[in-house]
Design a protein around this ligand. Structure first.
Ligand code: ARG
Length: 461
């Protein structure tokens, strides 16, 4: 009750409604490990600085470790009446070791405590997202290596555009994941400063050593401004932004998996391990996991938006509004972790239909650009004129209901007399793909180079 927690100032307990809106322990108990680590560092520092006795520090540390063991074993009873993870652990410590427990909170507040815990949690979680994305990249590179010279249609506007290598397409998602990893690494580097010792908002009169706690907890340095230390949440916004962008990137490949595994495309298959059935239609194989990854940005971007709105307009320093940060961040990262794992799993699980892809790659005049390029190269015409000639040829082919390579040479020559037999060499999807040897292009020679670079790089990680 209020009298127990807040002591002298209070004579009555909180209403049930206050308790219900105020308690966060159901959510922030996920910070227990970080909270204990922070308290251990703080207690050791207090003793080193002569603020508490070494004996008390030892008692506090031993008590905290028994609490940690009980929490890990699932033998700890969390009490909403004690509001949050911090008060629950402190109260348990008091029960276990008695009076010295009361010295732990010297030169500290829950405001710097929670900021410390949360930064520690996000540091570890961002690193875990990076690891997950690395595994996803490995799965993509493995598939890309195996399919470096498989030809498929490349699309713009989801209309057949030009033939590309399946390996090339898959490596695109490796590049995107690399930027996502970079964003998490950046967020992690920027948030790695210690708020501990900022106390409630103004610092403390006790002769503490903030360098020491920062170092113990693996932070690069103590935060230089006590108000900033307890009131900034842009580190969480930054991590959520990185999470949102990563989720959006994943959702795009997820959508392609939905398309490719559909009957209409018929490009790829997921095994039973990643397919679901229908309760009514016995024939169905649905790509539910891909659809759910496609949906995840709704929740993750929603969490970012939610925290942006919580933080907007908050004056310095701590306000209780900030307590709402954790539920949003936790669900967003739970969702993202699962989405990354699902994408890595599906990527490895996919098998591709070579014939269907190659056939589709040659459809819809995907070689029209190659015809125009041929006219430029062989006849020396400006590209704009060549574009016009190729367009006329496509129009004629369309009217006859045939592909460019099925047209008799005379049809080409009626439009441009200097076209000869050699034109047919460029009019296949494979030739088109193989011709695009520019750096970053889709020719299998380039794709294999990129696969090798990625394989080497990922082996080093
Ligand atoms: N449960 C609180 C939070 O997550 C901890 C900080 C509480 N501080 C305070 N002055 N009420 O934000």
């Amino acid at each position: 009750s209020g009298t127990d927690m807040w002591g002298g100032r209070f004579s009555g307990g909180p209403s049930a409604i206050l308790q219900a809106i105020n308690a966060s322990v159901d959510i922030d108990q996920r910070l227990a490990e970080q909270d204990i680590d922070g308290s251990l560092a703080h207690a050791a520092m207090l003793a080193a600085c002569g603020i508490i006795s070494s004996e008390d520090a030892r008692g506090i540390s031993a008590g905290l470790e028994t609490i940690r063991a009980d929490i890990r074993a699932g033998n700890f009873t969390w009490s909403p009446a004690l509001e949050d993870v911090h008060m629950n652990i402190e109260a348990a410590l008091k029960e276990r070791i008695g009076a010295p427990a009361g010295r732990l909170h010297t030169a500290r507040s829950r405001n710097d405590q929670v900021a410390t815990d949360f930064r520690l949690w996000l540091r570890e979680t961002c690193a875990r997202m990076e690891d997950g994305l690395r595994a996803y990249q490995r799965a993509l590179v493995t598939q890309a290596q195996a399919h470096a010279d498989w030809v498929m249609p490349g699309f713009t506007h989801l209309q057949t555009a030009q033939p590309v290598s399946l390996g090339h397409h898959l490596l695109c998602w490796v590049e995107a994941a690399e930027r996502d990893i970079g964003r998490f690494a950046d967020a992690r580097a920027r948030l790695n400063e210690s708020p501990l010792g900022a106390a409630a908002l103004a610092g403390t009169a006790f002769p503490i050593d903030r360098e020491m706690t920062a170092k113990t907890l693996g932070f690069d340095r103590p935060m230089a401004n006590s108000l900033d230390a307890v009131s900034s949440r842009d580190f969480a916004l930054e991590a959520l932004s990185a999470a949102t962008i990563a989720a959006v990137n994943l959702s795009r490949f997820a959508e392609e998996i939905v398309l490719w595994t559909s009957r209409r495309f018929g490009f790829a298959k997921l095994t039973d391990a990643f397919s679901t059935g229908s309760s009514i239609m016995p024939q169905k194989r649905n790509p539910d996991a891909a659809e759910l990854v496609r949906a995840k940005p709704g929740r993750i971007a929603g969490a970012l938006q939610g925290l942006i709105i919580v933080c907007k307009g908050l004056p310095l320093a701590y306000s209780k509004d900030m307590q709402e940060d954790k539920a949003l961040v936790f669900t967003a990262f739970d969702d993202l972790e699962l989405a990354i794992a699902a994408m890595a799993g599906m990527t490895a699980d996919l098998s591709f239909n070579r014939e269907a892809m190659e056939e589709a790659a040659g459809e819809a005049y995907s070689d029209a650009t190659d015809l125009a390029d041929y006219v430029v190269r062989e006849l020396g015409l400006p590209f704009r004129d060549a574009h016009h000639i190729a367009g006329s040829v496509v129009k004629e082919a369309e009217a006859r209901g045939v592909s460019l390579s099925e047209l008799p040479l005379e049809v080409f020559q009626a439009i441009e007399p200097r076209v000869d037999e050699a034109v047919f060499n460029v009019l296949t999807a494979r030739a088109s793909m193989e011709s695009r040897t520019s750096y970053g292009g889709t020719a299998p020679v380039r794709v294999r180079e990129q696969c090798a670079l990625w394989a080497e790089r990922l082996a080093q990680e």
